[in-house]
Design a protein. Sequence first.
Length: 230
Amino acid sequence: MVPIVNGTFELAKSKTNFIEAKRNLVIVTFDLEDDADLGITAELEYESAHLYKKQERVALAVSELMDSLPAVLCPNNDRFIDTWMVAGLSLGAHAAWLSMDRDPRLSVCIPIIGSPDFLEIATARNDLTGLPLVSSYMTSATRNHILKNDPVLCRRSSLRPDPFVNKHILALAGAQDRMVPFVGTRQFLDRINVGPFGTKRLIIQQGVGHQCTREMVVEMAEFVWSVALR
């Protein structure tokens, strides 16, 4: 994520040379922890559950950061944070979707070469690598947990309203991405309701596989500028 963060700051700074920004930009990054060596049998049986729980831990960390960061950045209460954004790359993009789905304080989501559908990610990896992530090795408990909690599968109710209303979403994808195909993201964006004040957009870059390009960073920086800084 370092090149993405640096590129975003660079482009945002170049904007301020011509137009004064109305807000400051602070970016905090998370590193997904390294996996322990579970062994072949354990990996086959528990990889999906392990990966999904990791996504949920990242989403929880985002919420905990929003709880604590204002006291760090604004200890004298002379300023406040009025726009929270989340972005993620690859599996981190799924964590970004989870964060947006679960924490109403987030108003901007930028998933990069990722998907809101964990089962789709697992299926694509299975087709590409032969890893049986959605075969009989996925336990029924794991599958049921994903079906109950994943953004694309959650049922909305008065107790769990649509989390995307009046939110801003920019999804970035490679047209030739076989690891995480963009189809699931496009279908989900077509389905969700962002309300009268929200926006949703999917940019698919031709000739690109599972990678974040300079062009994607530019699109991200322009989006952050338009919805949060100007």
